[in-house]
Design a protein around this ligand. Structure first.
Ligand SMILES: [Fe+2]
Ligand SMILES: [Fe+2]
Length: 273
């Protein structure tokens, strides 16, 4: 069943308007150029290997783009707002992986051959959608975009300007991730107005079982997740304070509401990613 059959043409029309606003704003204020807008001559080769490892992990997660777009688009092909967003989102995410790869090579932390090897992980392992429910996916993507923004912002803070090229890359990526998050907050507000109980249930499932996409598919995945924790870029406490609470606030959902429902409906399984 397509999203428009499930959630109705009025809601999908509203999403189309949200997308048009999102796109106009992106064209006016947010477009950046990979060659011209990053001071590549100011990569710092002395930036720590631990930071380079984490950048490589971020880059690898972005490399699963063919799965993210390829598996999502067929679900939303009948609804313009969601489908056009996915196409534009894919373009922006493809730039993210390019910028991260570029920094790894230009800073001297990785060779082209090493980058090619990273690329092969995304070919070997396949990412699967955490759910095939369109509203559930909107909910997951909203949380994932804010969590990704948090990773980039925290790494940028940690570097404190010591690598001007990476600082700029992370700054540009963080702005994009925030815009993706904002789009999905607006979509989720529509879903809440349409069916509060069902949407809160989705929120509960996503927020209680959240993990970043594709991290389990990377070579050495446990060490990579550990490195992110060690640098204090992302952990359970940060997720709670800087992802979960801001989402509930943005959507006007009470923590209590989420818990009550959890107690009533314990039997529902959590999503897998
Ligand atoms: Fe991204
Ligand atoms: Fe994003």
């Amino acid at each position: 069943m397509s999203a428009s059959e499930t959630y109705g043409p009025a809601l999908e029309r509203d999403i189309w308007h949200i997308y048009r606003e999102f796109f106009d704003l992106a064209e006016r204020r947010r477009r950046w150029n990979l060659r011209d807008d990053i001071p590549w001559d100011q990569c710092n080769p002395a930036t720590s290997p631990a930071v380079a490892d984490v950048v490589e992990s971020f880059c690898a997660v972005e490399l699963f783009l063919p799965d993210y777009v390829g598996k999502f688009l067929p679900l939303v092909r009948g609804t313009r707002g969601r489908a056009w967003f996915a196409a534009n989102w894919g373009y922006e995410e493809s730039k993210h992986s390019l910028a991260l790869q570029e920094w790894l090579v230009k800073s001297g932390h990785r060779t082209e051959e090493q980058i090619e090897e990273v690329q092969s992980w995304a070919v070997i392992g396949e990412w699967h959608l955490p759910t095939d429910d369109v509203r559930g996916l909107a909910c997951y993507t909203m949380a994932q975009e804010l969590a990704t923004w948090l990773h980039y912002r925290n790494l940028r803070k940690l570097l404190a300007g010591s690598d001007p090229a990476l600082d700029k890359v992370l700054g540009l990526l963080a702005i994009d991730e925030r815009a993706h998050y904002d789009f999905y907050v607006k979509v989720m507000r529509l879903h809440l107005a349409d069916d509060r109980e069902g949407t809160v249930e989705q929120l509960r499932r996503v927020l209680n079982g959240f993990s970043m996409p594709a991290t389990h598919l990377l070579a050495d995945s446990r060490r990579r997740v550990e490195q992110v924790r060690r640098l204090n870029l992302f952990n359970e406490d940060l997720f709670y304070a800087e992802v979960m609470l801001p989402i509930l606030d943005a959507l006007g959902v009470e923590k209590r509401e989420l818990k009550n429902r959890a107690m009533q409906k314990k039997s529902l399984p959590a999503p897998t990613a």
